[in-house]
Design a protein around this ligand. Sequence first.
Ligand code: PMP
Length: 401
Amino acid sequence: MSIWSDMPMGPPDPILGLTDAFNKDKDPKKVSLGVGAYRGDDGKPFVLNTVRKAEKIVLEKALNHEYAGIAGVPEFTKLSLSFAYGKDSPALKENRVAGVQTLSGTGACRVAGDLFARFRGAGSAIYLPNPTWGNHIPIFKNAGLDVRKYRYYDPKTVGLDFEGLMADVRAADDESIFLLHACAHNPTGVDPTQEQWAELSKLMRPKKQTPFFDCAYQGFASGDAEKDAWAIRRFVDDGHCVVLAQSFAKNFGLYGERIGALSVVCSDADEAARVASQLKLVIRPMYSNPPVYGARLVAEILSDEALSVEWTAECKAMADRIMAMRSSLRSHLEGLKSSRSWEHITEQIGMFCYTGLTQEEVLKIRADSHIYFTNDGRISMAGITSSNVEYVAQSIYAITG
Ligand code: PMP
């Protein structure tokens, strides 16, 4: 008998649990389309050349391993903010953005959640798109917020329910917090157009609602990091006090290094200094300070003109490979004379494709063809390669006809 004797077994994580099931599967044809991590066309994990170069530079500098400050490596945070808000951002020039390094995008969301709970009040409402990245819900619940949903995806059109989204924003209280995926919405791959973003910004501004952008795929969506930051920059230009979570997991391929940032756009430099001080008070008892390695790598790349140019090309190559796989999957399905429309595969953007397959179909494809993806029908396009795309299409066709 121990104090843990009565502890129940927790359920496996819906996404990471899928990887365990995949690893146990002995079938040679098995395909993993669950976790959102980029793979090369050989299906193997991918390390960017610019990251390899930055690793060498960092090694040669023979830096020490002292703690970073509570807010992380200052050079990294500065570069990270100008990466998102733009090099010429007036908000940055006016010193009115409070920013800290975080434990990747997840950590940024959690720190933001705690800041909201502390200063907007425990139990404040946070509106998340329906659906959203599964981890958002427990992150903000655990931070003590009241998690609500706003309409986002329309299964009938396999696209954006813009009318529903606008109606829910209109109906929400003034000063509510809205989490928005900056680009490459996970899991649907459906983003608002620039015109729709502008309309949303216009609706939220007089209501003093807080746009909280989660930006986990900057550069990865369109292949152009500037374009992918369009919505964030537009909201800042429109005068919003944007809150922004950034992740460098996907665009720099630094998943396990846990490198990200959280920033808050304020009305002036004095307010930004106060917000920064409170962010540190949230972080200090949570994990004291973040790891330095990933921050050093990103900082080397973003501070060097030649490396930045090379990174841009590498990031575009990743995005292009994903887009090529989208076209290939769609044309294979169409070539099989599928009875369904698969146009949405190429309309959607980013790492994921929301196939529209039902849970029953997903489970059948898993059982029959050993292809693993989440029960909501989301497939990670990054796991599709020129060698398995035909097999994936045939397996989907075998179930859907
Ligand atoms: N937000 C969204 C929308 C995501 O898709 C992800 C990655 N799956 C994250 C945040 C955070 O990932 P990480 O903590 O690895 O940066």
